[in-house]
Design a binder for this molecule. Structure first.
Ligand code: DAH
Length: 340
């Protein structure tokens, strides 16, 4: 029986050491020490031994049992550590990876230019007002001296919502809204920035763009006041050397009307690609407010006169920053926007 014990021990040692994982090890433990295990059944057979051999075999059997228990515990620790190490490696976090940078927003170039223009006009005593983008035909056309059959409507093909309601094609309707509200008070000095809409879409036209309307009405307003205000504006925005040129033009709501050019911001007037060799850049429309516009809004044209102008904010921003495609403003391309 002693040999049997030794054989069991050496075979059990191998089995324990080779158990590949915890569940295999548990099976080995049950096979050796369980209630029907090999060592257990061997011990049960002890009573078959002659009494004088029992103490010796009994002693050895206890020693074997103890050793097996130690071996099992040792192997169990080993396997647990190994499993833990494997898990730690699998779930490892590489804390040296760079984090994700937060990108800071920028003020949109159109907002920058708008704020700069507003600052100039606020300094000249103008207030900033706003009007609705969904507008009545009356304010957008009719009250501005553009009746239903007037060919000037063709210049501003627009988005109609009903026969009488449309997306405004320009900020000029705000002139009428302001005058109506203030009449007959004087003076009136406002600028009205905002979005306008036209059925246009290419590199230089967007179906939505921004304008600023200017309006001044008072007892003695003259064309020279308009010139002075616009020259100040141009020199503040484009630089002190900027010159202005007024070309006769036509708008139904001003008389006389002018298209206003600034000396080219690129070449200073020499002639270049941007000004197409002319030395001038068209920048806005302006004129003396047509008496009929003042009258429909409740002003007495025997006691007051006014000037008005309208300019495109995108156009100013493009010239100021040398941007060659209008669509960049609305593309939300971070590479473009982050330059401002
Ligand atoms: N509303 C005109 C347009 O969008 C621009 C304009 C021209 C506005 C002359 C004015 C003005 O106030 O006097 O084409």
């Amino acid at each position: 029986m002693l040999e049997e014990l030794e054989a069991l021990l050496s075979q059990a040692r191998d089995a324990i050491i080779q158990a590949p994982d915890l569940s295999a090890l548990e099976k080995v433990r049950i096979r050796l020490l369980g209630r029907k295990g090999e060592l257990t059944s061997l011990l049960r057979r002890m009573n078959q031994l002659p009494p004088d051999q029992r103490p010796l075999v009994g002693q050895r059997a206890n020693a074997v049992k103890e050793e097996l228990e130690q071996l099992l515990t040792h192997r169990e620790d080993e396997l647990k550590n190994r499993a833990l190490a494997a898990r730690l490696q699998a779930e490892a976090l590489d804390v040296t990876l760079p984090g994700r940078a937060f990108t800071l927003g920028h003020t949109h170039p159109l907002t920058l230019v708008l704020e700069e223009i507003e600052r100039v006009f606020l300094g000249l005593g103008f207030s900033v007002v706003e009007g609705p983008e969904v507008e009545l035909d009356w304010y957008n056309f009719e009250a501005l001296n553009i009746p239903k059959d007037h060919p000037a409507r063709d210049m501003q093909d627009t988005f109609f919502i009903t026969e009488e309601i449309l997306l405004r094609t320009h900020t000029s309707p705000v002139q009428v809204r302001v005058l109506e509200r203030l009449a007959p008070r004087l003076p009136v000095k406002v600028i009205a920035p905002g979005k306008v809409y036209r059925r246009d879409d290419d590199a230089t036209h967007s179906p939505m763009f921004h304008q600023i309307e200017g309006l001044a009405v008072d007892r003695h307003i003259r064309f020279s006041d308009l010139k002075g205000i616009l020259l100040t504006f141009a020199q503040e925005i484009f630089g002190g050397g900027t010159r202005l040129r007024f070309r006769p033009s036509y708008f139904p709501f001003t008389e006389p009307s002018a298209e206003v050019d600034i000396s080219c911001v690129i070449c200073g007037g020499e002639g270049c690609r941007v000004c197409k060799g002319t030395g001038w850049l068209e920048i806005l429309g302006a004129g003396m407010v047509h008496p009929r516009v003042l009258e429909v809004s409740g002003y007495d044209t025997s006691t007051c006169r006014g000037f008005a102008f309208g300019l495109g904010i995108e156009r100013v921003a493009m010239l100021k920053y040398g941007i060659n495609d209008l669509r960049l403003f609305f593309g939300n391309d971070w590479r473009f926007l982050s330059q401002f």
